[in-house]
Design a protein around this ligand. Structure first.
Ligand code: DX5
Ligand code: ZN
Length: 233
């Protein structure tokens, strides 16, 4: 995994930014210490919404050197790995529910030289992806139903994050453990206390107030979560 400044990464989700002024929003988030950007790709089939085609990603790529975490909420993700890797994605994250053959998707992403991640919906049990953890760079535990930003964090998500952290540590794997959906300072703290290393933050960064103050509040909550976690252990 790439070196980075912070033990727990904050990855603003561009879906919540002002899309007509995306470059400025990215610049503000980057100078306020964002560690990566998260790009939600939706196809209108796997989820009801439609977002970010490859030309968006090319434009995003031109505006930042930060890692781009591409969340593919699309059916049959193997069809688009090549496109999104070439458009500038660093890590391509597909949904376990969107393919019958996760092995094949992982292999195809690796062949392209891309990082690869696997995501699970809130109702999908962790054991569905445990066999693939040794092959991927990232696991996204979804804490809302995928499709839209601005939803409320599902309260039993930290339990799943804890179980995922235990599975990753048991096998001594180098897997980024991400939580996506409904992250606020409060739920950031819970997620980090449960073992998350990467937080996707949409509305809590972009939808109200200053981007820098929002990231600062999230960073402070992450530090509280890290303290909680070291006390639990
Ligand atoms: C939901 C997306 C999330 C979303 C996060 O389907 O995967 O990345 O944009 O936005 P917030 O943080 O507002 O829930
Ligand atoms: Zn996402």
């Amino acid at each position: 995994m790439k070196e980075r400044r912070n033990a727990v990464a904050l990855a603003p989700s561009l879906l919540s930014a002002d899309l007509a002024d995306l470059g400025s929003a990215m610049e503000a988030a980057e100078s306020a210490g964002a560690d990566a950007f998260h790009v939600d790709v939706m196809d209108g089939h796997f989820v009801p919404n439609i977002t970010f085609g490859p030309s968006w990603l090319e434009a995003i790529r031109r505006r930042t050197h930060l890692p781009l975490d591409i969340h593919l909420m699309i059916e049959a993700p193997i069809r688009y790995l090549d496109t999104y890797a070439h458009a500038g994605g660093d890590t391509l994250v597909f949904h376990a529910e969107a393919t019958n053959d996760p092995n094949e998707v992982v292999r195809a992403a690796r062949k392209l030289g891309a990082g690869v991640g696997i995501a699970i919906r809130p109702e999908t049990p962790l054991d569905r992806v445990e066999p693939f953890l040794a092959m991927v760079d990232e696991l996204i535990v979804m804490s809302v139903n995928p499709g839209f930003s601005g939803q409320k964090f599902i309260p039993d998500s930290p339990a799943k994050v804890r179980a995922a952290r235990a599975a990753i540590d048991r096998e001594r794997l180098d897997v980024e453990l991400s939580v996506d959906g409904g992250i606020t300072p409060e739920t950031a703290r819970w997620s980090v206390a449960a073992g998350a290393s990467f937080l996707v933050c949409g509305n809590s960064v972009f939808s109200h107030g200053a981007i820098s103050a929002n990231l600062e509040a999230l960073r402070a909550a992450v530090e509280e979560g890290r303290r909680d976690r070291s006390e639990i252990r």
